[in-house]
Design a protein around this ligand. Structure first.
Ligand code: SF4
Length: 351
């Protein structure tokens, strides 16, 4: 599990068609002396039919498949392990071409089937309650490695269909904004998953929150908040020292929301750290005037964790204060805890 050897053979002399954006794919087709409609067919087979190789594209003649296979290929993440939790949550560990590893989590919830994907191998943000944060950053994922998690998971779970995507797995999406934006263009434009069903979660990199609407399709924004004072947030989320609450909320207030959309604020409840009635009241004040909803996530302790989980009564009291303050506040049940697939528990076998 801890081996770092490459799990997929790289083919440096060939072009990985998945590494190309749609315009680049069109140029590749043109440069190969093929008519433009071939690019449309490639997009269809890669992003909707989930072809594993050029040989799978049976709409092409054998000659054309052989010609293309001589100069191009399709990469796929290697499924290293698949764990299924009692509540139906599944965790996939994928190996990338250079041997790095990432995880994504499939979460069934009534009629929804949500895939939580990673944007980086590891993470540099160092949030103290998060196992991924302890890994440090291994590297940014390329756009195709982000989008490929959706393709690979869709193949694995067929005929079930993924309905929603959240970028809440390993990594800080806005620290890899260019690749994330291109991956979102592919997920919403080429795989045809509505932006309304896609949510990007950030720890709060303020300049990138401002940039996001200019660079990416209009997906939902979630902010991992987890504190109501700078002192507490500084201590649990180092990003707050650079972008304190005042700057973060200013960016949220100015965020150009689509009609009837809200910003989701995630709040991991840490016993005796951020779970008091006073915190709840401050949260009501902070969110005034922002179309918002709050997801309360009682902390999932793991071996060696610095924090505890508040008892259920305390969690309910916190929620009540928010509800009385006219906020929408849901308590998120932790899913997949026994397979370490819950929030903040992804570490891809690195430890
Ligand atoms: S919570 Fe998110 S941003 Fe913070 S360390 Fe974990 S993966 Fe990184």
């Amino acid at each position: 599990m801890k081996s770092r050897k490459a799990v997929v053979t790289t083919m440096p002399s060939k072009t990985n068609l998945k590494s190309l954006s749609k315009p680049e794919l069109e140029s590749f087709v043109k440069d190969s002396g093929l008519p433009l409609f071939r690019a449309k067919q490639l997009v269809h087979w890669i992003y909707e039919r989930h072809a594993l190789s050029i040989a799978d594209i049976t709409e092409f003649s054998k000659d054309l498949r052989e010609k293309l296979s001589g100069k191009a290929y399709l990469s796929s993440p290697e499924l290293v392990s698949r764990l299924v939790s009692e509540d139906g949550t599944e965790k996939f560990l994928f190996g990338l071409e250079d041997g790095e590893r990432i995880e994504c989590v499939l979460i069934p919830d009534e009629e929804r089937l949500t895939l939580c994907i990673s944007s980086q191998a590891g993470c540099a943000m160092g949030c103290r309650f998060c196992l991924t944060g302890r890994l440090g950053l291994k590297r940014n994922l390329f756009a195709h490695e982000i989008a490929d998690q959706v393709i690979a998971a869709a193949r694995i779970i067929a005929p079930r269909r993924i309905t929603n995507i959240v970028l809440m797995g390993m990594g800080e999406p806005l620290a890899n904004i260019e690749n994330v934006a291109e991956a979102l263009r592919r997920i919403t434009g080429l795989m045809k998953i509505s932006p309304r069903r896609v949510t990007l979660s950030t720890a709060g990199i303020v300049p990138a929150i401002r940039e996001l609407p200019k660079k990416a399709p209009p997906v939902n924004l979630a902010v991992s908040l987890n504190a109501t004072t700078d002192a507490v947030r500084n201590s649990v989320m180092p990003v707050n020292r650079t972008y304190p609450l005042g700057k973060l909320f200013e960016a949220c207030r100015k965020y150009p929301l689509q009609p009837r959309r809200k910003i989701t604020f995630e709040y991991v409840l840490l016993k005796d750290v951020n779970d008091s009635a006073g915190d709840a009241r401050r949260l009501v004040c902070l969110l005034k005037g922002i179309p918002s909803k709050v997801n309360l996530i009682p902390f999932n302790p793991y071996e060696g964790a610095e924090f505890g989980r508040p008892d259920d009564e305390r969690v309910l009291e916190f929620q009540q204060v928010l509800l009385k303050g006219s906020l929408t506040a849901l308590i998120r049940k932790s899913k997949g805890r026994e397979i370490q697939a819950a929030c903040g528990q992804l570490e891809a076998g690195y430890r």
